[in-house]
Structure formats: structure tokens, C-alpha cells
Design a binder for this molecule. Structure first.
Ligand code: ATP
Ligand code: MG
Length: 422
């Protein structure tokens, strides 16, 4: 038997309803905040990710699914969405009418990393990106929107962590100070970090190797190096969050693995998922649109790990169990033929309908209705057709009523829609 690829998964009926609910909750909330959906392809030219995410990141170094197509073009299954959304913003000149644009997108991402709880090779993200606004209020609003989403989804035990990464003006001074600390601690660093400390020292800060963590305990904090504009920006984000009563933690070690992030950076973390504690990663990337050949427009966004969100929500699959409103127990060829028409008409009227097409006894049909937790069972056989009325059983009260054949669909519709809408 052929199994699915390691790190990939099926989302089965019974689980998918929770995913759908989360998705529709996010959509409606985001739309209230002025976001519109954008759908982008699952593959892009490799160069797009290499340039936007940065050659010197885990994603580009070792996690991308990259291959040559039949014409030897290098393409990559997207490891994240931001690069594609930016490409689209530039390619279609979405800034031309109004540089301020707010998008969200939901879909699968692909990274070849070691599968474990909360870490898959095909995983899903819910992304939001804002272009054309540099105001710190929008950064705070994104975090507010996330906190509201999480509370609507009964997620508890999450914490917003924020930091500022400064800008090309103030970051170099910080990098120098960091490089000094790192060069004094080279023997404690893992081999990756020795290389990083020369090429991209910021990345040493979020290395998870314990000896690297230890080496970083007396590393300088970026927020002590911010220029006055970056400092004011960060202060305003914090004050706005306080006004909105959103608790947050200033996390001096929080950096993004991606090169294009500037100023505000944030994560929403949980303690539920062990090492995979980040449910959302986000922040500002003011330099990216220009770097990819677009206008010099600021941007800020986030990516929610959908799979991780599903794992930490207080909602359960059972909350979304879909039971039929009506189960039709039809017997005999004539019974089934009539019942079939009713079944189609019920379903078309918004009534969840199940019908059994086999030749089973009434007893075994009733068993099946019970198993499906149908609200009502409609029983029809030769006898009922002759007598001109069928039996409708309310499975909760066990009450049975006789329903005449004329006007049957309308009568049952009225009865069921009345109780299911109650
Ligand atoms: P991590 O440190 O856990 O590897 P990351 O920094 O690589 O996360 P981002 O690139 O910021 O993650 O992606 C945003 C979010 O997407 C993460 O916070 C996480 O919730 C989710 N995510 C990232 N990689 C995976 C994965 N392999 N499987 C499931 N979810 C993931
Ligand atoms: Mg990662």
C-alpha cells in the first residue's frame, strides 16, 4: 500500500470541520479590519525565495523543496507566503491606485525539516500583510487582531512577545557590538553559529543549541541601540498595546530568521507545544518591496501556524460533529424510488439528509440512523405508500407522527427547519 510522504498529512472529515471553522472565523475578523483575500501560487521561481528570505537562513539553506522542471527552470514549493504576496503587489502594480493595501491568504507551505509535533513538511499558514503604512499603530493593530482571533477560538495560554530590530541606520552599530561578543565566545558556538557570526550574526540570537544560548546571555540587546525614530516607533507600539489592554512581553532575544525584517518584530508563543512554541511569527519588513524591484513602500505582516493553532485551540472536533437532520428508512423498490425524490428535495432545501439504498430490514435501518445520530427518521415502505402516509419519528422524544403523502416535502421541511433553527 502506498503511504503518504513523511511529514505530510491528510486532514480528514471529522477534523476538517474545525479547520473550516478557524478559517471562517479568521476571514470574517480580518475582513472587518479591512483585509481582502489574495490567492497566490504554490510554486514560484526559486530566485524569489532566495532573494527575499535570504540565502543565509535555515529556510533557504536547507528546508526548501526545490527542483528543476522539464525545461530546467528552478522552481520551489513555497516555504512561506510573504515573498509571493510582495511579488504580486509589485507585478500587478497593486500600489498604483493606492499604496495602502491589506491582504490575507490561507494555504499550505512546504519546508523539509524534521517532522515532529507541531512541525510538518507540508503545513498551513494564515497570513496577513499590510503595505504602505509605516505607522506603529498598524503594528499594534495586527497584534490586537491576533489576540482577538485567539480568544474567539478559545485559545488560552498564549503570550505576545515583541522586539524591535531597528533599521539599516541603527542596526549596523548593534551588529558590531554583537560581533564583538560573539568573537569572544567562538568556542561555545555550534558550527552553524560560527559561520553565522561572520555572515549574519543576528541569527545566532535565535539558535536553539544550549551552548549558543549560554553564549548569548550577555549579548547586547538591539533595543539599546535603536536610533531615535526606531525608538519612538517601538514606544508607540507598546503604548498602543497598553491602551488596547493587550499584555505583551519585551523579548530582547527575538529576531527573525528572515533578512528583510525591520523595526517591530513579534511572536505569539504558547507553552503547549514544547520546542515548537511559536504559533505566530510576524513583524515589519520595510525593505523588502523595494529590494524586489517595487516602490519604496513599508510593510508589516504575520504568519499564523495553522496546524499549531489547531493543536492549541480549546475547541474540539466533537464540537463540530455534523449529524443528519433526517434519515430516510425506505423499504421496497417503490418506497426507495419515492424516498429518493424526497431525499433530493430535502437536501436541496438545506436539510441534512441521509438515505440508505441497501435492502436492509427496518431494524437495521434504525440502527444505522441511531449510529448517525439523525434527528428524525422518516419510514416508508409499500404499506405506507398504499395508505397514503409515512411515519416521522423524532429520535430525541421518540414521538412518531403520520405525515400524509400530499405536500409531504413542504410539511417535513417546515417541521425540521423549525426545530433545527430553534
Ligand atoms: P520555528 O522557529 O518553529 O521553526 P519559524 O521561525 O521557522 O518557526 P516562521 O517562518 O516565522 O516560523 O513561520 C510562522 C509560523 O508558521 C510559525 O510561528 C509556526 O507556527 C508555523 N510553522 C513554521 N514552520 C512550521 C512547520 N514546519 N510545521 C508547522 N508549522 C510551522
Ligand atoms: Mg523554522
Amino acid at each position: 500500500m502506498i503511504q503518504l510522504i513523511r511529514g505530510f498529512k491528510d486532514i480528514l472529515p471529522g477534523e476538517v470541520e474545525l479547520w473550516q471553522y478557524i478559517e471562517s472565523t479568521a476571514r470574517s475578523l480580518f475582513e472587518d479590519f479591512g483585509f481582502r483575500e489574495i490567492r497566490i501560487p504554490i510554486m514560484e521561481r526559486t530566485e524569489l525565495f532566495a532573494r527575499s528570505i535570504g540565502e543565509d537562513t535555515d529556510i533557504v539553506e536547507k528546508e526548501m523543496y526545490t527542483f528543476a522542471d522539464r525545461k530546467n527552470e528552478l522552481i520551489t514549493l513555497r516555504p512561506e507566503a510573504t515573498a509571493s504576496v510582495v511579488r504580486s503587489y509589485i507585478q500587478h502594480k497593486l500600489y498604483a491606485d493606492d499604496p495602502v493595501q491589506k491582504f490575507y491568504t490561507i494555504g499550505p507551505m512546504f519546508r523539509r525539516e524534521r517532522p515532529q509535533k507541531g512541525r510538518y513538511r507540508q503545513f498551513y499558514q494564515i497570513n496577513a500583510e499590510v503595505f504602505g503604512i509605516d505607522s506603529p499603530f498598524i503594528d499594534a493593530q495586527l497584534i490586537f487582531m491576533l489576540v482577538k482571533l485567539f480568544s474567539r477560538l478559545s485559545v488560552t495560554d498564549v503570550e505576545a512577545h515583541i522586539n524591535s530590530l531597528g533599521c539599516p541606520e541603527c542596526r549596523p552599530r548593534f551588529k558590531e557590538a554583537l560581533a564583538e561578543v560573539l568573537s569572544a565566545a567562538t568556542e561555545k558556538l555550534c558550527s552553524d553559529c560560527v559561520r553565522r557570526s561572520l555572515r549574519n550574526p543576528l541569527r545566532v540570537m535565535d539558535c536553539k543549541v544550549p551552548s549558543c544560548r549560554e553564549a548569548m546571555t550577555n549579548a547586547p540587546a538591539i533595543i539599546d541601540f535603536l536610533c531615535s525614530e526606531c525608538r519612538l516607533h517601538f514606544e508607540t507600539v507598546k503604548q498602543a498595546l497598553e491602551k488596547l489592554k493587550i499584555p505583551f512581553v519585551i523579548d530582547k532575544r527575538l529576531v527573525r530568521g528572515l533578512d528583510y525584517y525591520t523595526r517591530t518584530t513579534f511572536e505569539i508563543q504558547t507553552s503547549y507545544l514544547g520546542a515548537q512554541n511559536a504559533v505566530v511569527g510576524g513583524g515589519r519588513y520595510n525593505g523588502l518591496v523595494k529590494a524586489l524591484g517595487g516602490p519604496d513602500q513599508p510593510a508589516v505582516g504575520f504568519a499564523i501556524g495553522f496546524d499549531r493553532l489547531v493543536e492549541i485551540t480549546g475547541l474540539k472536533n466533537a464540537d463540530f460533529k455534523q449529524n443528519p437532520d433526517i434519515f430516510i428508512a425506505a423499504m421496497g423498490e417503490n418506497g426507495k424510488a419515492r424516498a429518493f425524490e424526497w431525499a433530493c428535495a430535502f437536501a436541496d432545501s438545506g436539510i441534512k439528509t441521509e438515505m440508505d439504498f441497501s435492502d436492509r430490514s427496518l431494524k437495521s435501518l434504525m440502527k444505522r440512523a441511531d449510529k448517525l445520530s439523525a434527528a428524525y427518521v422518516l419510514m416508508v415502505g409499500e404499506k405506507e405508500l398504499e395508505e397514503g402516509a409515512v411515519v416521522l419519528r423524532d429520535m430525541t422524544t421518540k414521538e412518531q407522527v403520520s405525515i400524509p403523502l400530499e405536500n409531504l416535502v413542504e410539511d417535513i421541511k417546515a417541521k425540521i427547519l423549525l426545530t433545527t433553527n430553534a
